[in-house]
Ligand binder design. Structure first.
Ligand code: NOJ
Ligand code: CA
Length: 678
């Protein structure tokens, strides 16, 4: 017997031992490059799926199905009845984004399962399998026995087989998505929001999320036993979690999978699973940077409320418009511009007026003044969670915005009790809904569609999570949905140094974030130190993707840091391409992006509380060109705790193939503009 054969025989029982037993496969599909394989089975009338990566089991047999309020469960007594497959390989372009051209290459398996008893109801499950992940969704076909569908539980499971570590925030809590990311064994996760990120013991990275969350409730993931996660739909006020009439499809349940953490960031799976642009030409939306009467409010130097410290007054806004015009910022956000902020707005949004300014804010004159300088006011609609009250005023509010050249509007859903308020009929009962239930999902889309009619783009704070709908509605440009810069003003604790390296590999996998970076004064309310060096504040403009990026600090603070301001002026917010050079969740990350419509590259690198030296091979640069590297880095002895302002700007000539070494301080970072020379 050859040595090879003997070894093979010795290994065989071991492999069999780790392969979990399962029912016979009824249908299967592989990714185009044969990296992933999905199998479906029916075990005692229950549908299950499992996933193999490079031949190894990754997701063990996991259940699919539903419970309903007034119909029998759809999870047993099912038989596999038919299948259809197809393959797609196409490219499409984002009107704006982190890359221009996206490839959409997958194999699809569409399966039908039919009940063997009772109403013989049918349900379809469709898988799209890519080399870097997969999505699947349920489709309730048109059938006499299924019309009004009231879902009380979606039974979808994800049984992760290899031991894994998780980066996650809790779901079903009052503060929405605004929690610090925790890193724990997957076995210690309770109930998490998606995206949740895993790293298996053998070094595979996974992100669980959903795509195209439309007319459905957001999916949380609850660990039910060992490493088995189960869908937990956000509740609704009426007893069901989702109510739809058939035929309809659920959102896609997604798993992005890569050997590199950066592969999760580079993946376009979520966007690919969304429907194409329905708005047509959206060149009226201009990716851009903005400043605003904002940080001063969070510092409590100014107030949202009217009175002697009211921030949104005509003179103060002119100062911001002048600053914006001088430094090339397109937008000026002004919060507190409208009636409703006096008193306790946190607890009562029913007094907000979105179509009228306070007397000391001359909105007509200011928008003209701004226009004369090439600047646009950015609108602000804080609902205080009286969401129906806001919706009723929406057409009028957006008409005002469109008339005044306000083509970007930021919304806010700060809720005292964590729940949004819904009132279907004026004067009728007020129902309370989760921030990510079906009603909220529908509300947010109604706002985006209403805004699109008037060529207005939306940035939502306290939003429902992003599931890639910017592809279908490219005026849905950005949102918050995590702890942003504001926590550095008043958070207890403020954002820790690892925060951005967490966000890149978790929250940002969902889509752009209006983090509002760039506080160069490095101090929050009452002088509370921001846990960052100056260079890191600049790096965040590249590391955190959003087509609108705030320069969040006060004009007078920027004037004190002209070198840092230069990078903020130069950095674009729209990209031709994006590469993740290196990174580990919660530790560090380096991202290189090529400017859209230009030849320059920009690099941002951030670290956690640990100093580190990272090598940056410049192999992404265009061949045959010379670049001037303008490096904004931590200076000698820099440390967020003791010497956060130690900061150096250096210039040198580089070309493709050169190697730079980035020395990052504790809590530090580096930002580089690679300016293409002739
Ligand atoms: C919370 C938002 O995140 C913040 O940016 C805004 O200033 C306040 N709400 C007030 O609307
Ligand atoms: Ca917020």
């Amino acid at each position: 017997m050859s040595l090879l054969r003997r070894t093979a025989l010795a290994v065989l029982p071991l492999v069999l031992a780790v392969l979990p037993a399962h029912a016979a496969t009824v249908a299967s599909v592989e990714s185009p490059g044969h990296v992933l394989r999905v199998e479906l089975d029916v075990d005692d009338g229950r549908i299950g799926y499992r996933v193999f990566r490079k031949g190894m089991p990754l997701i063990g047999t996991s259940r699919l199905g539903f419970l309903f309020q007034d119909a029998e469960q759809l999870q047993r007594n099912l038989a596999f009845t038919s299948q259809a497959t197809r393959s797609v390989d196409e490219t499409w372009e984002q009107p704006w984004g982190e890359r221009r051209v996206t490839r959409n290459r997958y194999n699809e398996l569409r399966t039908r399962f039919t009940e063997t008893i009772n109403g013989k109801r049918a349900i379809d499950v469709t898988f799209r399998v890519y080399d870097d992940g997969l999505g699947f969704r349920y489709e309730f076909p048109d059938q006499a026995s299924v019309k009004d569908v009231r879902i009380t539980d979606e039974l979808t499971e994800f049984d992760v087989l290899p031991d894994a570590t998780a980066w996650w925030i809790p779901a079903g809590e009052w503060n929405r998505y605004e929690y610090l990311y925790d890193r724990t064994p997957l076995r210690e996760v309770s109930q998490a929001h998606t995206p949740i990120t895993l790293k298996t013991a053998d070094g595979t990275y996974l992100s669980f999320h959903e795509a195209a969350l439309v007319d459905y409730s957001g999916m949380w993931l609850r660990r039910v036993e060992d490493q088995r996660l189960k869908a937990q739909l956000a509740p609704g006020s009426e007893g069901w979690k989702v109510r739809r009439s058939a035929p309809f499809s659920t959102p896609w349940r997604t798993i992005t999978i890569s050997d590199r953490a950066g592969g999760l960031v580079e993946s376009s799976l979520i966007l690919n699973l969304n429907e194409p642009n329905t708005l047509g030409d959206v060149s009226w939306f201009k990716p851009a940077k903005y400043v605003g009467v904002w940080w001063a409010l969070h510092l409590e130097d100014r107030t949202w409320a009217t009175g002697p410290k009211h921030g949104a007054n005509t003179e103060e806004t002119k100062r911001y418009i002048d600053f914006a015009a001088k430094h090339g910022f397109r937008g000026v956000l002004v919060e507190g511009w409208n009636p409703g902020w006096d008193g306790n707005w946190f607890a009562n949004g029913w007094g907000f007026d979105f179509a009228r300014a306070t007397p000391d804010f001359d909105i007509e004159a200011l928008s003209k003044y701004a226009a004369s300088k090439g600047v646009h006011l950015i609108g602000h609609h804080e609902t205080g969670c009286a969401v129906s009250h806001y919706e009723r005023q929406l057409p009028k509010a957006l008409d005002l915005d469109a008339r005044l050249g306000i083509d970007v509007v930021k919304t806010g859903y700060v809720c005292d009790a964590g729940q949004i308020e819904r009132q279907d009929v004026e004067g009728g009962p007020v129902l309370r809904e989760w921030h990510d239930g079906q009603w909220r999902a529908n509300h947010q889309l109604r706002v985006v569609q209403e805004a699109a009619k008037r060529h207005v783009a939306m940035v939502d704070h306290e939003p429902i999570k992003d599931t890639g709908l910017r592809r279908t509605y490219p005026n849905w440009i950005s949102r918050e949905g995590a702890r942003g810069m504001e926590y550095n003003a008043w958070g207890h604790p403020p954002n820790p140094p690892e925060h951005e390296a967490n966000l890149v590999f978790t929250r940002l996998l969902a889509g752009p974030m209006d983090f509002t970076p760039g506080v160069v004064s490095l101090k929050g309310r009452g002088g509370q130190p921001i846990q960052s060096t100056l260079a890191k504040q600049l790096a965040n403009y590249v590391v955190i993707y959003s087509p609108v990026q705030m320069a969040a600090d006060l004009p007078e603070h920027y004037e004190q840091h002209p070198d840092a301001l230069r990078f903020i002026e130069d950095v674009p917010t729209d990209w031709e391409d994006t590469r993740v050079v290196n990174g580990e969740p919660g530790d560090f990350v380096t991202i290189a992006r090529k400017q859209r419509g230009g030849d320059d590259w920009f690099v941002g690198s951030v670290t956690d509380e640990n100093a580190r030296t990272l090598s940056l091979p410049l192999d992404f640069l265009d061949a045959g060109r010379t670049y001037e590297a303008q490096v904004y880095r931590d200076g000698d002895g820099a440390d967020w705790k003791t010497k956060p302002f130690a900061f150096v700007v250096e210039r040198r000539r580089v070309k493709r193939g050169d190697l730079l070494s980035l020395k990052l301080a504790p809590g530090g970072g580096a930002a580089i503009r690679l300016r293409a020379l002739e």
